[in-house]
Design a protein around this ligand. Structure first.
Ligand SMILES: C[S@@+](CC[C@H](N)C(=O)[O-])C[C@H]1O[C@@H](n2cnc3c(N)ncnc32)[C@H](O)[C@@H]1O
Length: 224
């Protein structure tokens, strides 16, 4: 079913013609040199994936952006049927997503089905073994209203300095409230206020080595 809720596509600048930068947040959607590698390191390995995948496993994400994390998950999941719910306030237009994905041939090679459905306005669709739903709106309003619970969270807002509303203690408490027992999160940032918010929300937070030259990232498991 097409979702007819109004959408506000983000204003973009393009660095080197290929890297989308949000004009509103003044921040890139991913790092050009190694966006797909970074996704694999931070969000997949950070959640101990693909090892934990099993039928019905539910991933949730703050910040859908170009769908690169979804496609990295598709490349990793094999035949296991899983769910993927992402929260996004400013869905990108399909041609912009297609342009951004050109930087990652491995992801672009499996993106056609996604881009076709996205261009049709579908925000709930099947992508191979993955049942995808992108919930459009400000996550501060849409996450509290969500009825689901994720086994693994990808926390992928713009940098906490530039997009602090996606990293507040209140929102991290909502992430925890929408995490299944034994569930985990991973994020590229190790910013102190983000880690403290996640700890206050009853995650056992761990700093791990970040991707490439980045010193740290953060992961965590919901305490019993
Ligand atoms: C770093 S980008 C996400 C990159 C993405 N995961 C990918 O694979 O391309 C951050 C995303 O968070 C979204 N965002 C920022 N503030 C938001 C909010 N309050 N609610 C929901 N989404 C928000 C932005 O529109 C942007 O798409």
């Amino acid at each position: 079913m097409p979702d007819h809720s109004p959408e506000t596509p983000p204003a973009l600048d393009w660095r080197d013609g290929v890297l989308p930068i949000s004009t509103q947040f003044d921040d890139p959607y991913f790092s050009l040199a190694n966006g797909l590698d970074e996704t694999r390191h931070v969000f997949l390995a950070g959640n101990d994936l693909p090892q934990r995948f099993r039928t019905g496993f539910h991933i949730a994400e703050l910040g859908f952006g170009t769908g690169l994390n979804l496609l990295a998950t598709l490349l990793a999941v094999g035949d296991t049927r899983v769910r993927y719910t992402s929260f996004e306030a400013y869905p990108m237009a399909a041609p912009d997503i297609a342009r951004a994905l050109q930087a990652f041939p491995e992801a672009a090679a499996v993106a056609e089905d996604f881009l076709t459905q996205w261009a049709q306005g579908l925000r709930r669709f099947q992508l191979g073994p993955i049942a995808v739903e992108v919930i459009v709106g400000d996550a501060r309003a849409t996450l509290p209203a969500w009825g689901g619970r994720a086994d693994a969270w990808y926390l992928d807002g713009f940098s906490p300095a530039k997009n602090p509303e996606l990293w507040t203690e209140e929102l991290m408490a909502e992430v925890a409230a929408h995490t299944a027992p034994g569930g985990t999160f991973a994020t590229y940032t190790a910013a102190g206020f983000v880690r403290r918010g996640l700890q206050a929300a009853r995650f056992a937070v761990e700093r791990r080595k970040g991707h490439g030259h980045k010193r740290h990232m953060a992961t965590g498991k919901l305490l019993e």
